[in-house]
Structures are given as structure tokens and as C-alpha cells.
Design a protein around this ligand. Structure first.
Ligand code: HEM
Length: 408
């Protein structure tokens, strides 16, 4: 079947009711079969667990395709001059590249984030959570005072970026991810370009400082990195270094912020076991939260040639959307999928952290941060309740909250 022959699915991704609770729409989509054409996104999407998880691992799909064919040959419009700075930045992002570039960049950051490398960070993250809770008022804004500062402080500190620059980096990061927003407008594009330029200048300055006075953070390791397998033992180029640091800062906080917020809401509204995160096996509760209400719902892939998936035939450069959040609720894999069950066997089969080549490099850190934050929060505030209706963020590409007021 070609994309035009697929069942059609209609749903505005910017509809506030959809953004607040997209799951009923995903069930409508699932009823159409494992693959359908999402009109408003203009591409086919997969929603079954088997299909999504196979596509994530399928090397016939990639995050980029212009390494195989030019935009012109693909029939794509040229990149407008005004957006060039954003795409030049992205051209060095391991998230947007395929081997061999991906392999080289990923190898350089992999080691810093393995389970073993991050295992010792638990007590530090718990201490950070404790100190934030010390400052809580009886009614507190959880996103601003807890869910955001934990991941932001952790990744800034690990990377070696000044934690005081957190609010500024947060703003740049928000503006940059605006490029992935469904139905982005000119103003969002302009903000993304301006933020890319400002963040890159900030990062170049930081790198220059660290070259003069190296420290012991990840940025110093990246500056010093010499990849023996690269031709001539080349170091990371300066633009690669800038992009990698910014990618880690952006990817390293925003998803985790919303994963923490979403989990708190799930636990409180669902009357779930609050002590689960602090007990042995607490990872399972974290994974069940990640399965049920992940912060990132959709990633796309390009066909790197003629590819057939779930009966859909794609040509080189055609895109398919992978609906992670729908795959996580596939009844063929997860019994009674909409129900939260902290004892669920195989909760970690969710695809909220991806799979395959681009599997989240920060997964062990993200899980650790979530577990530490949630364990401490529910231990310190065991009677925690929501103070007023939660406010979902008006974005679908980051499914989370703008505000989540809590009371003790
Ligand atoms: C709960 C929090 C997180 C979620 C849900 C999440 C989710 C994801 C997903 C789904 C992907 C794969 C995208 C794709 O296949 O196209 C990914 C990749 C990535 N994540 Fe995470 N992530 C989280 C936290 C983090 C953290 C803490 C870091 C910091 C190191 C991080 C850094 C990255 C990077 C660098 C990539 C690109 C990997 C590659 O392309 O090889 N993420 N993440």
C-alpha cells in the first residue's frame, strides 16, 4: 500500500483538548489499523507496539536522508536562508545523523551516561531534591520549583555549564524546540534561529574558557576527546562540540522535567502507591509512569530506500511517524493498557526512550533522576495533593505541564 491508499486519520495536533489528553485520539487511530495517514501531519504514522519498536530498530529507516540524496533529488524545497543557522546547528546533532557520523559522535558521549557512570549520582540527586523541598511553601508550583530545577541542575553540572545560566538556557532551549512544533509559525521559527545563535555563542565562549582552564566535567572530556577511529584521529570539530553540548543540555532536561511532572500527576490522580519509588524495585514504578504518560510522543524516520512496513510501501526520503505514546498502550503487549500497575511485568517494554541506534543516551540518568525525585518528594510530602486544576503546556511535542500546583 502507498501512503495515499492508507486509512485517513484527522486530528489537529494543536487542539487544546487533544494536547490535554491525546490518548482517546490514539485509540481512534489504533482502530484504523497499525498504520494510517495522519492528514494534519501530512504523513503516515505507526501506532502498534510491534511496528513502532521494529521501525525504531530498522536500519532501513533513518533520522536523516540527505546523506543519500540531495534535497533537489528528493524534490524538497531548499532550506530558506533565514533558517540556515538552525539547520547548520542541527547538521552536527547526533540525534539527527546516521552512521558513520552518528557512530563517532555517540561514542564520545556514550561513556558519560552509562548505568555504571551515573549509578553513583543517586545520593547527590536526592540531596538536590531535599534542598528544593526545604524551600517549598504549603502550596507550591511543582514544575517551576522542583520538576525543572532537578534535571536542569543535573545536566548543567555534569556537562560543566554554569548552573546560574539555567534560566537563560531554559529559554533558549524552549525556543529551539519550537522548530519541532506541529504547525509552527514564522515567529516560532525566528525565535528558534535567534536562540540557536545566542546559545551557540554562549557555548563557544564557555568552550574557550574551558580550553584556557580545563575542569573535570563532560565538556572538558569532549574538548579533549580524540576519537582514534576517526580519520587522522580528528578531534570533535568546534561546531560539533557546540552542537553536542547544546543537544545534551536541551535533551538532558526538558523531557525529564515533564516526565517528573506527568508521573506526579499520575500518582496523585490515580491514587497509586506513593512509596513505590523509594522501595527496592522502584524502577518498575518509574517505567510504568514513563509507559503511561511519556513526555515525547512522536518521532519520525525517513525511508532510506524502498521500504515496506506494516504493509506500507515507502520510497527513499518519505517519512513515517512513530507514535511512541500509542505503542505504549498497545493491548497486544500491555494487558489493560490504560491502567497504571506498578507491579506490571515488562513495564520497561515501553518505547518512551526509543530503541535501536538512537535509543536515548541519557536513559539511565533519566530513570535515576525520576526515581530519586519521586522517592524524595513522596517521602517528604506523603499527603501531597493537587492544589487546583493542572495546566497542560500548549505543546504536543513535549507532553507536559505548564503548571502543577501542589499542596501538602
Ligand atoms: C524521561 C526523560 C527522557 C525521555 C523520555 C527521552 C526520550 C528520548 C527518545 C525517545 C530518544 C530517541 C529519539 C529517536 O529515536 O528519534 C532520545 C534520544 C536522546 N536523548 Fe533522551 N530522553 C530523556 C532524557 C534524556 C536525558 C537525561 C539526556 C541527557 C543525556 C538525553 C539525551 C538524549 C540524546 C543525546 C539523544 C539522541 C541519541 C541518539 O540519537 O543517538 N535524554 N531520548
Amino acid at each position: 500500500m502507498r501512503p495515499d491508499d492508507l486509512p485517513r486519520f484527522r486530528q489537529s495536533p494543536t487542539d487544546p483538548a487533544f494536547m490535554a489528553d491525546p490518548y482517546p485520539a490514539y485509540e481512534r487511530l489504533r482502530a484504523l489499523g497499525p498504520v494510517a495517514f495522519w492528514e494534519e501531519l501530512g504523513k503516515p504514522v505507526l501506532c502498534g507496539h510491534a511496528e513502532v519498536s521494529a521501525a525504531l530498530r530498522d536500519r532501513r529507516f533513518g533520522r536523516e536522508v540527505t546523506h543519500l540524496a540531495s534535497r533537489e533529488a528528493l524534490g524538497w524545497d531548499p532550506i530558506p536562508e533565514r533558517l540556515a543557522p538552525f539547520y547548520a546547528f542541527e547538521a552536527h546533532s547526533l540525534l539527527e545523523r546516521e552512521p558513520p557520523v552518528h557512530t563517532r559522535l555517540r561514542k564520545l558521549v556514550n561513556r558519560a551516561f552509562t548505568s555504571r557512570a551515573v549509578a553513583g549520582l543517586g545520593p547527590w540527586i536526592e540531596g538536590l531534591a531535599e534542598s528544593l523541598i526545604d524551600e517549598f511553601e504549603p502550596e507550591t508550583e511543582l514544575m517551576e520549583r522542583f520538576a525543572t530545577p532537578i534535571p536542569l541542575t543535573v545536566i548543567a553540572d555534569l556537562l560543566g555549564a554554569p548552573v546560574e545560566a539555567g534560566p537563560q538556557m531554559l529559554e533558549w532551549s524552549h525556543d529551539m524546540v519550537g522548530m519541532y512544533q506541529a504547525g509552527r509559525d514564522r515567529a516560532a521559527e525566528d525565535r528558534a534561529v535567534a536562540a540557536t545563535e545566542a546559545f551557540s555563542a554562549f557555548m563557544r565562549e564557555l568552550i574557550a574558557q574551558r580550553r584556557r582552564r580545563p575542569g573535570e566535567a563532560l565538556i572538558d572530556a569532549l574538548i579533549a576527546a580524540e576519537d582514534p577511529s576517526a580519520e587522522g584521529g580528528a578531534r570533535l570539530s568546534e561546531p560539533e562540540l557546540v552542537t553536542t553540548c547544546i543537544l545534551l543540555l536541551n535533551a538532558g532536561h526538558e523531557a525529564t522535567v515533564h516526565a517528573i511532572g506527568n508521573a506526579v500527576r499520575l500518582v496523585v490522580e490515580g491514587g497509586l502507591d506513593r512509596a513505590a519509588f523509594g522501595r527496592a524495585g522502584g524502577e518498575r514504578a518509574v517505567d510504568e509512569c514513563l509507559r503511561l504518560d511519556p513526555p515525547l510522543h512522536l518521532f519520525s524516520r525517513y525511508a532510506l530506500g524502498e521500504v515496506e512496513v506494516a504493509g506500507l510501501r515507502l520510497k527513499l526520503g518519505e517519512e513515517v511517524g512513530l507514535l511512541l505514546a500509542a505503542a505504549n498502550r498497545d493491548p497486544d503487549v500491555f494487558a489493560d493498557p490504560a491502567r497504571a500497575d506498578f507491579a506490571r511485568e515488562g513495564a520497561d517494554r515501553h518505547v518512551s526512550l526509543g530503541a535501536g541506534l538512537h535509543f536515548c543516551v541519557g536513559a539511565p540518568l533519566a530513570r535515576l533522576e525520576m526515581r530519586a525525585a519521586l522517592a524524595v518528594l513522596f517521602r517528604r510530602w506523603p499527603e501531597l495533593r493537587l492544589a487546583g486544576p493542572p495546566r497542560r503546556s500548549g505543546r504536543w511535542h513535549f507532553h507536559g505541564h505548564e503548571a502543577l500546583r501542589i499542596a501538602s
